[in-house]
Write a protein that binds this ligand. Structure first.
Ligand SMILES: [Zn+2]
Length: 485
């Protein structure tokens, strides 16, 4: 059978199994768990894959909500990457107006219920094909916790869990079907805790050494630093401990910094300069300090070859067809935000500055609240400002990322609107599209070694001889929570 026919057959199989994947996504949507608490979601997926014949290793890289599931033998080894954490405060019903299921509850405002499930769906589809075709190769699903501010993949990368992959495929829900050739910023967030000597502020201030003085001097210097960093570098802070009372010289004070930069190496330089500022502030005030890195993500490096393959496979599948009801539902959501459909499209054009041809393609959809057609990558050469722990994965192994239409065009990121569509048919359709695109791309990669060779050549060129260095300290451990009974 030709590969094209095998692809068609696999698409039919994925469609036949649609309800299993939608069931999983909906269960995770209905039980939203935030970072490090994803016991239900990781357990559900690990059990599902184990039942399907995968060898499952739970509790990896020190994280009890992380797992790896593998099927097959030999090479190549292709990773399918999943996430499943929700966001706090975004509880939302499956309806087109804002209303919480549970006031103050969690919700899947980034659509990770679909993200993880699409990758599980692709993994079992690929396994089915490997089994039927007898082709050599392994498929490996990674259940990655805490993408939202914890960085599960960074700990996995540090432990070498991605090292033997030939490449990885991942997905993120979005408002369009599109692949990526761009980068993302690198980020590091650290707490600086100063310790001085407490004293009566009125009676014996000469005996005191103010930790708050150190924090303030650090912040002054950091504000001067802003002038002398590359454009696109962001320096943000909040004071998390400013002392207890104004009549006591503060013994302790603390400040949390977030730094972002377009390039991972450059961020390391800025972080070192900020550390020197903290040292200077401690010296000036006769205090001591400790730095605790909270999170650190490397910038994402897109693999162009994988981006193109994912796009070709989306085209092979065709566009997502949305019904009149789904379009009306999405329009009601768009109408609840300022601006009109055409404004959202225009904002994207202004931001990405696409080629004339692509611009025309995008403008053809300017009146639509949902866009089901497939677009080639629009972000080549750009560094997008949102950070993700996919960055660390992408510096260890070539990584392809696909986005699919699961949200209305006007839905802001991390909003109730994304929760509202991620648990119903609009999100289901986008998720299935992604599962299919990743599965078909994997088929190409297993079927002809020329693809893996091209993907690796692309990766080597971008790495330019550099090796991945994990941005978190060697001794830093992820938090381990216990499941709530
Ligand atoms: Zn996300």
């Amino acid at each position: 059978m030709s590969l094209e026919n095998e692809k068609r057959e696999l698409l039919n199989w994925i469609e036949d199994n649609r309800s299993r994947f939608i069931g999983m996504s909906d269960q995770i949507w209905e039980n939203p768990e935030i970072l490090w608490e994803e016991f239900f979601a990781s357990g559900l997926q690990a059990d599902f894959l184990e039942k399907d014949g995968f060898t499952v290793t739970r509790d990896v890289a020190g994280m009890n909500t992380a797992f790896i599931a593998e099927w097959g033998e030999g090479k190549p080894i292709i990773g399918l990457i999943g996430e499943y954490d929700a966001l706090p405060g975004l509880s939302q019903k499956k309806q087109s107006s804002k209303e919480a299921v549970k006031e103050g509850g969690h919700g899947h405002g980034c659509g990770h219920n679909m993200l993880g499930t699409a990758s599980v769906g692709a993994a079992v589809a690929v396994k089915k094909w490997l089994q039927d075709s007898g082709a050599s190769g392994r498929v490996r699903y990674y259940g990655c916790p805490a993408e939202e501010g914890g960085g599960g993949k960074v700990f996995m990368a540090r432990d070498g869990l991605f090292d033997d992959l030939d490449c990885a495929l991942t997905y993120h829900p979005a408002s369009t079907n599109i692949t990526s050739k761009g980068s993302t910023v690198a980020i590091v967030s650290s707490h600086f805790r100063f310790k001085g000597v407490a004293a009566h502020a009125g009676g014996t201030p000469h005996l005191g050494r103010s930790a708050l003085d150190a924090v303030e001097l650090m912040n002054v210097a950091a504000n001067y630093l802003r002038e002398h960093v590359l454009d696109g570098t962001r320096i943000q802070y909040i004071i998390t401990d400013g002392g207890q009372a104004a009549n006591i010289v503060p013994e302790t004070a603390a400040v949390e910094y977030i730094l972002r930069a377009d390039k991972t190496d450059y961020l390391k330089d800025v972080a070192e300069r900020l550390r020197n500022i903290a040292k200077g502030a401690a010296l000036m005030t006769d205090t001591k300090f400790e730095e605790e890195v909270q999170i650190a993500y490397s910038g994402k490096m897109a693999n162009h070859t994988l981006g193109e393959l994912l796009f070709e496979n989306m085209e092979f599948i065709g566009a997502i067809e949305f019904t009149e009801d789904e379009i009306a539902y999405a329009q009601e959501i768009n109408d609840s935000f300022p601006g009109e459909n055409k404004d959202y499209i225009q904002a994207a054009i202004d931001y990405y500055k696409p080629s004339a041809e692509l611009k025309e393609m995008v403008l053809a959809h300017k009146d639509k609240p949902l866009i089901g057609v497939n677009f080639p990558a629009i972000d080549e050469g750009m560094t997008l400002k949102g950070a993700t722990d996919v960055g660390d994965l992408s510096l260890v192994t070539p990584t392809g990322e696909v986005y699919t239409a699961c949200f209305p065009t006007g839905a802001p990121g991390h909003s109730w609107a994304n929760v509202a569509t991620g648990g119903m048919s609009i999100g289901h359709k986008g998720m299935m599209h992604a599962a299919k695109a990743m599965a078909l791309t994997a088929l190409d990669l297993y079927s002809d070694p020329k693809y893996i060779q091209a993907v690796r050549a692309d990766f080597d060129k971008s790495m330019n001889g550099k090796k991945y260095e994990c941005p978190i300290p060697d001794d830093q451990q992820p938090p381990r929570l216990e499941p709530k009974s």
